[in-house]
Design a protein around this ligand. Structure first.
Ligand code: T5A
Length: 212
């Protein structure tokens, strides 16, 4: 049985997950907590290799291949990194996890949600978040942020950043529907505002779980 605490950050492109995950990890460490900060896709050596294929828009992928790749990444991540850190009693913060698969490959791409749920369960080996923060903002706001960043980056847009607005709107609706279905686990925080206010609200949600 895992003794640690598992927190995931989810949301659309540019909603601020990576920035806020780092701030949260820093604050918890400052308070003396042992924290593993990780991300999907990636987080392990195999995962980073999978991530390169998964995000590269020049590599053609069908919906099933896309799904199975990200689940292979998760299966490795859980067994190599998440479970050991949780068993060691750490607070684990993951920038994206299984809700991203439901939102992107399920709601976004249209893969059957029931089958996807079963496959997600296989990949995650019963490791479920204690708390999930969905950072919510209009998709236009998030994409403006990531596209501003991509302009200064020779790699350009990845597979998902280059998708149509409608795709991103389905993904956002997917996250909100997960939150409605599981209110005890999932907290939605408005991230279309300045960083500090978002960080404060995340910390309040986390303190309810881990204390001060
Ligand atoms: N994916 C992933 C799936 O399709 N299925 C899955 O199962 C999984 C796990 C991952 C991609 O893979 C897909 C989803 C993704 O498309 P990624 O590179 O890890 O790719 O992409 P993201 O997780 O989307 O990361 P991003 O960096 O694009 O978005 P974040 O992490 O939400 O945003 P962040 O913090 O990097 O911020 C983006 C920019 O905005 C600024 C930051 O400084 C940064 O420049 N910013 C703000 N600006 C103003 N106000 C704020 N409040 C701001 N917060 C951040």
């Amino acid at each position: 049985m895992a003794a640690g605490i598992f927190i995931t950050l989810e949301g659309v492109e540019g909603s601020g997950k990576t920035t806020q995950a780092a701030i949260l990890a820093g604050e918890l460490r400052r308070r003396g907590r042992r924290v593993t900060l990780t991300h999907e896709p990636g987080g392990t050596r195999a995962g980073e290799a999978i991530r390169a294929i998964f995000l590269d828009p020049a590599v053609a992928l069908g919906v099933a291949s896309e799904l199975l790749l990200v689940l292979a990444d998760r299966a490795q991540h859980v067994r190599e990194k998440l479970r050991p850190a949780l068993e060691a009693g750490e607070i684990v913060i993951s920038d994206r996890y299984s809700d991203s698969t439901t939102a992107y490959q399920g709601h976004g791409r249209g893969f059957d949600l029931k089958l996807l749920g079963e496959l997600n369960q296989l990949a995650s080996d019963d490791i479920r978040p204690d708390l999930t923060i969905v950072l919510d903002c209009p998709v236009e706001t998030g994409l403006l942020r990531t596209r501003a960043r991509a302009r200064g980056d020779v790699r350009g847009y990845d597979r998902f950043e280059g998708e149509q607005l409608d795709f991103h709107r389905r993904v956002r609706a997917g996250f909100l529907s997960i939150a409605r279905a599981e209110p005890a686990r999932v907290t939605v925080i408005d991230s279309a505002r300045e960083l500090a206010g978002v960080s404060t609200d995340i910390l309040i949600a986390v303190e309810r779980l881990v204390g001060h």
